[in-house]
Design a protein around this ligand. Structure first.
Ligand SMILES: [Zn+2]
Length: 455
């Protein structure tokens, strides 16, 4: 437009500047003001696009979230993660079990920095068990002035653990300088990446992982559900199954008068009322040992005296001694009840089987590794991050019992890199801004480690 046109006279340059400023201000306000609840149903697509544009880590997370990946169905998502990691310049491959393992070589001159492993899992708990591959449709939700990404209520969101995977993919690009927002590589030591399968069901990905092929001793598992959470202690899990076996059985009418009848269901109940339910031991950090009766079955028909029954408990404990004490008490109950009923029927017995699903895990809270993540959080946010104990299990329990290539036992820490709510349910949601801060926390940890050199 030439300066002499009538239009430019009506809009002299100063007026143009004011107009442009007003437009920019309006756009900035739009980005800051949360979308009112009434408008939510109007344009999720546009709001999600805006969120994806706020930071590449969010675009990655939204892309990954839209791919259903229930445990055992990880092929599609694995292909996409692998492609992204390779595009970042990481040497990425799949191991025999299908986990993704990748390496990012250190920056020149940083070869002697202590190697660090970043880990997450690619599988998710499906919200619709009958249709686990049901498409996931993210929505935007405003609650207490916080903008969340949720599912449409028919599936879980899968923010557990795609927030962690997205953070790792984003970090990989920033380290190598092959990132849309960071073309200058960040200085860093050796980084190894592990993204497992089947965490939610059996933790098998972590179990099958050949950690002896990895150099890292320290591992950050980006699988917590609160930003700036550092979990240093997780409970182990032991399954206990009790089976009254070999009761004579018989007809509930014609045999019911026999005084030497043993009914397996009644025996199971007799044992169960003597076994505690819930918290068995607590301390200042929280629950130490708990037990839950989770599954029970028995009998063959309502008109038959039950010949067999079975009840399964799950014990969780951070303290192996407390767990042994509880198991001793359970064994004593079982043999007491068995003795009583064998007096009636010699062939009757009660089987007790224990199966260790996960060993307990506690990290050393005074370790330099804990201090490193604390210092990084402090530098970034001024926060004092406190290590937590959680009464559940995760991959950290597995890694803490495995060795690296140098024969050293791995030292994992479980970090929360985003605020997630109601994980594993169809109400799952993620406060999306928190993931930017979580990703920055991990980046700061890597930067700090490169500065220090060794731990
Ligand atoms: Zn998880």
């Amino acid at each position: 437009m030439s300066p002499a046109s009538p239009f430019s006279r009506a809009f002299p340059p100063s007026r143009w500047r004011r107009l442009a400023a007003a437009i920019l201000l309006a756009a900035a306000c739009r980005a800051l003001i949360p979308i009112p609840a009434a408008a939510q149903s109007l344009d999720h697509g546009r709001t999600l696009a805006k969120i994806a544009g706020a930071d590449p880590v969010l675009a990655t997370m939204l892309e990954l979230i839209r791919i259903p990946s229930p445990s055992g169905h990880e092929e599609k998502i694995a292909g996409i993660i692998l492609k992204k990691l390779r595009a970042s310049g990481a040497a990425a491959r799949r191991d025999l079990f299908g986990n993704i393992v990748a390496r990012i070589p250190p920056s020149p001159g940083y070869e002697r920095v202590t190697p660090l492993m970043l880990a997450a899992h690619m599988d998710m708990v499906p919200g619709d068990k009958k249709n686990p591959l049901r498409p996931i449709r993210p929505r935007v939700l405003v609650l207490n002035k916080v903008e969340w990404i949720a599912s449409d209520g028919t599936t879980t969101l899968g923010g557990d653990n795609k927030a962690g995977v997205a953070a790792i993919v984003d970090i990989a690009g920033r380290l190598t300088g092959k990132h849309p927002a960071q073309r200058v590589p960040m200085k860093h030591g050796p980084v190894e990446i592990v993204i497992t399968r089947e965490e939610e069901t059996t933790v098998r990905g972590a179990k099958e992982l050949k950690t002896t092929e990895l150099r890292s001793k320290y591992a950050l598992l980006l699988d917590g559900d609160k930003l700036y959470e550092v979990v240093w202690e997780l409970a182990g899990a032991t399954e206990v199954t009790i089976r009254p076996r070999g009761a004579r059985g018989g007809h509930s009418g014609v045999d019911i008068h026999r005084r030497d009848n043993v009914n397996a269901i009644k025996v199971m109940s007799e044992i169960d009322v003597r076994i505690p339910q819930g918290v068995v031991k607590k301390n200042a950090r929280g629950v130490v040992t708990s037990i839950n009766a989770g599954l029970a079955e028995g009998g063959t028909a309502k008109n038959a005296i039950a010949p067999d029954a079975q009840i399964t408990y799950l014990i969780r404990s951070t303290d192996p001694a407390e767990e042994r004490k509880l198991l001793r008490a359970i064994r004593a109950v079982v043999s007491d009840v068995e003795r009583k009923h064998r007096a009636l029927q010699k062939s009757f017995r009660i089987e007790l089987e224990t199966k260790r699903l996960l060993p307990p895990w506690s990290a050393n809270t005074a370790s330099p590794f804990v201090k490193l993540v604390q210092e990084a959080a402090n530098r970034l946010s001024g926060r004092k991050v406190l290590p937590l104990s959680i009464h559940a299990g995760a991959e950290a329990n597995i890694y803490a019992n495995k060795k690296n290539a140098g024969g050293e036992i791995l030292q994992p820490l479980l970090l929360g890199v985003a605020n997630l709510h109601a994980i594993h349910t169809t109400k799952e949601r993620i406060a999306w801004r928190s993931l930017i801060r979580g990703r920055d926390w991990v980046l700061e940890t890597i930067r700090l480690l490169a500065e220090k050199g060794t731990l």
